[in-house]
Design a protein around this ligand. Structure first.
Ligand SMILES: *[C@@H]1O[C@H](CO)[C@@H](O)[C@H](O)[C@H]1NC(C)=O
Ligand SMILES: *[C@@H]1O[C@H](CO)[C@@H](O)[C@H](O)[C@H]1NC(C)=O
Length: 415
């Protein structure tokens, strides 16, 4: 069934459209602060902010990578590349007195990786505390604002909640020492304890060279209607089922495993990236966290992301017109995915595909090496620049007292 041509889909889409209009109400509301719809918000951070990069002993950053090179390519590698980028960025200042922002380069997801390469962040809170203590005792700037003009890259599943299971992450909450800091993280979900106001949501890291090497001709027909590769169940961490992906992935499998329009499987083929370039819709359901690298891959490969993650806050949502390029399906509507997708008007599909073809859309999703204007590094800087100037009262005079001993007792042990 992979050889269905696009025209076939269009006919089918037309036929099924009428029956399923009622399901089209399920789109989630995505907040967008500014930017013209249909284009990536153009913004140049140079000259709009100055960042001071703390120099820390290499055990907080470079040594962790030397110990485990897998950190350079996993989906959390933004913490490493952002550091490298800032060191040679024109926004860097060597004079902390003129800095708008302070950056502490600490690679918390590289601290410990399982033999399978999954970072377990159990020591991350202690590592982070240790870095903050060092910064606060060696320079006057942390105590001056109690971290309010400091930002941190915390790319793990639930950001600075430092646990991969949502329930546990919620139980932990954001590391108390980071109460005032700005967090730059992949995790984004509205009204969630692991996303505090003012955070900057970023895309996960996808290796740009690898993506480049798998590009096929943009004229290749998109003969796959719906594409997904990945887990439907996580038997090991969720033996009873229903908790992983809040059941949404299981519902995809149970409803559509035999549907010829759905090319879905747990197998991860070597042609994964090419297949996405041959697909019209790419499912991006939540997993343990609402986000996954599929979001980036779908955009980069021009496959319309079908976002199934209620209340997700998408990367750079103030700059990227997600509501125009993607499709939002409520978790509870997964059983109607076939109707929902086949009822998207062809005109709408073509419009989304055209927007996805905009190179600046792809650029914003990638941490390019070398960095390019408009790429993910620059989007982060734009996000930081848009938060300036810092509110004077918040910074210098609201009597906020940081509690250095708050949080789980285990986190207080030295790292
Ligand atoms: C900042 O405050 C902490 C905690 O009160 C203290 O241990 C540290 O010495 C202070 N740093 C400086 C540079 O005064
Ligand atoms: C700081 O947190 C600890 C642990 O939660 C608590 O026992 C203590 O009372 C707090 N201190 C202040 C000043 O709030």
């Amino acid at each position: 069934m992979r050889n269905w041509n696009f025209l076939g889909f269009l006919c089918l889409a037309f036929v099924l459209r009428v029956e399923s209009l009622k399901f089209r109400k399920s789109a989630q509301h995505v907040e967008r602060i500014s930017g013209s719809a249909g284009d990536v918000l153009e913004d140049d951070p140079t000259g709009r902010l100055k960042v001071f990069v703390y120099e820390l002993p290499s055990k907080y950053n470079k040594k962790t990578v030397q110990r485990d090179l897998r950190c350079l390519s996993h989906m959390f590698a933004a913490e490493i590349y952002m550091h490298q980028f800032l060191l040679s960025s024109p926004v860097r200042t060597l004079d902390p007195e003129e800095a708008d922002w302070f950056y502490t380069p600490v690679y918390t997801t590289c601290e410990y990786l399982t033999p399978h390469g999954h970072p377990l962040p159990f020591n991350s809170p202690r590592m982070m505390r240790s870095a903050i203590q060092l910064v606060a005792s060696s320079w006057p700037y942390w105590n001056r604002t109690q971290g309010a003009d400091h930002f941190f890259i915390v790319p793990h599943d639930f950001g600075a909640c430092f646990h991969f299971q949502e329930e546990k992450a919620i139980g932990r909450g954001i590391l108390p020492l980071l109460q005032r800091a700005t967090l730059v993280q992949t995790f984004g979900q509205r009204n969630h304890v692991c996303l505090k106001e003012g955070s900057i949501t970023i895309p996960p890291y996808a290796p740009p060279q690898k993506i480049q090497s798998h590009l096929i001709s943009p004229d290749t027909p998109r003969s796959i209607f719906v594409y997904f590769r990945g887990l439907f169940y996580d038997k090991r961490n969720d033996p009873k089922g229903g908790y992983y992906a809040r059941g949404a992935r299981a519902a995809v499998w149970e409803n559509f495993k035999d549907n010829p329009l759905f090319d879905i499987s747990t197998d991860h083929p070597t042609t994964y990236y090419e297949d996405m370039q041959r697909a019209i819709f790419c499912l991006c359901p939540l997993g343990w966290a609402p986000w996954s690298p599929r979001l980036v891959e779908a955009v980069v490969f021009g496959c319309i992301p079908v976002i199934i993650a209620d209340d997700i806050v998408l990367p750079f949502a103030d700059a990227i017109p997600w509501e125009d390029i993607g499709l939002f399906v409520a978790e509870k509507d997964v059983p109607y995915l076939d109707n929902i997708l086949t009822s998207v008007p062809p005109k709408e599909i073509l419009r989304k595909q055209r927007l996805l073809a905009n190179p600046s859309m792809k650029q914003a999703m990638l941490f390019l090496q070398p960095a390019q204007p408009g790429d993910a590094f620059h989007q982060i800087l734009n996000g930081l620049a848009r938060k300036l100037p810092h509110h004077h009262k918040i910074i210098y005079g609201d009597n906020y007292v940081l509690n250095w001993t708050a949080g789980p007792v285990g986190d207080l042990k030295p790292w």
